[in-house]
Structure formats: C-alpha cells, structure tokens
Write a protein that binds this ligand. Structure first.
Ligand SMILES: N[C@@H](CCC(=O)N[C@@H](CS)C(=O)NCC(=O)O)C(=O)O
Length: 218
C-alpha cells in the first residue's frame, strides 16, 4: 500500500478531482486511488466514508504518527508543496509566485456561471450556445485576460520560459486545467496566445493520461 491515497470522482466530469490528481502526479510519489462515480445514486454516502466535506478530491497521507487527511484542492496543493519542494508547484520569483497564488485562488473561489453552465465533460462536444448562460461571457473574458497577462508577463519572461502560465507547469496551470477542457468541449474561440496555452495544457502528459481515463469510462 502506498503512503498516499486519493479519493476521486469520474475522470470525465470531476473537475476538482482532476486538480487533486494532477497535483499528486506532479510529486512523482506512489499513490493509490479510490474512485467514486457520480452515476451512482449513493455517491454521497460513498464519499462521506472518506471525506467529511462530502466532496472529492480527498487526500490521505499515511505517516508514522497517523493518517493526515487533506481535502480542498488548494490545501492539497499547499500540503504537497511543503512535502515536495522539488515539484515546484509555485514559481521561484516572488512577484510571479504572488500572481500564481492569486489567480489560483481567484479560480478556486469564482467563476460560478462558467462552472454551472459549462460543466466539464471531456468526452463530449457541445454547441457553444448551450453553455453561454448568464455571466459566462464575462467569465471567459476574465479567464482569457488572466491567461494572456500571465503568459506575456511571466510565461515567456526571464524567470521562466515555457508553454504554461508561468513558464513551467505549476499549480496555476493545474487550477485552470479543467477550464481548458470546458473551452474545448464547448468550442470557445480563443486568441492565438490563449489557444497556444490551451493546446499546451491538453498536450501535457498527465492531462493526456487523465483524458484517456475519461475515454475508458465511456
Ligand atoms: N472546493 C472543493 C470543491 C470540491 C468539489 O466540489 N468536488 C465535487 C466533484 S468535482 C464533488 O465532490 N461533488 C460531490 C457532490 O456535490 O455531491 C475543492 O477545491 O476541492
């Protein structure tokens, strides 16, 4: 049995599970998975066996002094960031790090219209109009502004040169990864800069593995 166990929902639809899983994958640690499926009418009781919030992801870490439980995706990121500094979840520079934490928190706390009207569904393509409920256009504009600003200021700057928001793949990319798939599902048109960023996220090896898991779920 691995020291880490993560409780997750379906690959196809569980956006927060994707974030928790990407975070744990990034550490390189061995881990076990417990899966619940939202198709199961008793899913809530299955989650509550593991997670007091009744939500996934839920991380359990077996330590010599007992099991440590961490739920909430940002808390999982910070917990694993402490244990695995080499995973570089946050950019090295103070300004970039502050911005990465800020946009990650903005993602975590906001964008309800987008969440409600454009649910994650990796295996489906949907007409754009179906997802454009009230407030979604503003959410899309704000997300694209964040991506463009981060790419221009930090992603291609002296601190990090890479395809992601802050150059290398960081926790900020993990927080936005489900949004990238939503834009894909609903065919949201993106600027050249944002398209290139979204393509880089979709091509990231762990993202591909998760998408393959979604396909296998059918
Ligand atoms: N704020 C939580 C959100 C977790 C969340 O909403 N998870 C969803 C799955 S994507 C869930 O467990 N839903 C089960 C339910 O609502 O019954 C986090 O950051 O992890």
């Amino acid at each position: 049995m691995a020291d880490f166990t993560i409780v997750l929902g379906d690959c196809n639809t569980s956006s927060w599970s994707l974030r928790g899983w990407l975070t744990l994958k990034r550490t390189g640690a061995d881990f076990d998975e417990i899966r619940v499926t939202f198709k199961d009418p008793d899913v809530k009781s299955h989650i509550l066996v593991h997670s007091p919030s009744g939500l996934v992801p839920m991380l359990k870490h077996q330590t010599p002094s007992g099991e440590i439980q961490v739920w909430e995706s940002l808390a999982i990121i910070e917990y694993l960031n402490e244990l695995y500094p080499q995973a570089a979840f946050w950019p090295a520079g103070q300004t970039a790090r502050a911005r990465a934490r800020t946009v990650s928190a903005e993602m975590h706390a906001g964008f309800s219209p987008l969440r409600n009207h454009m649910p994650m569904n990796l295996n489906e393509k949907k007409p754009l109009q179906e997802g454009m409920g009230e407030g979604v256009a503003d959410n899309i504009a704000r997300i694209c502004a964040i991506w463009e600003d981060c790419r221009v200021r930090f992603g291609q700057g002296p601190e990090g040169r890479g395809d992601f928001l802050f150059g290398d793949f960081t926790a900020a990319d993990i927080m936005f990864a489900p949004v990238v798939t939503r834009f894909q599902t609903y065919g949201v048109e993106l600027s050249t800069l944002c398209r290139a960023y979204a393509d880089a996220v979709l091509a990231q090896p762990d993202m591909r593995e998760w998408a393959a898991g979604a396909l296998a779920e059918g």
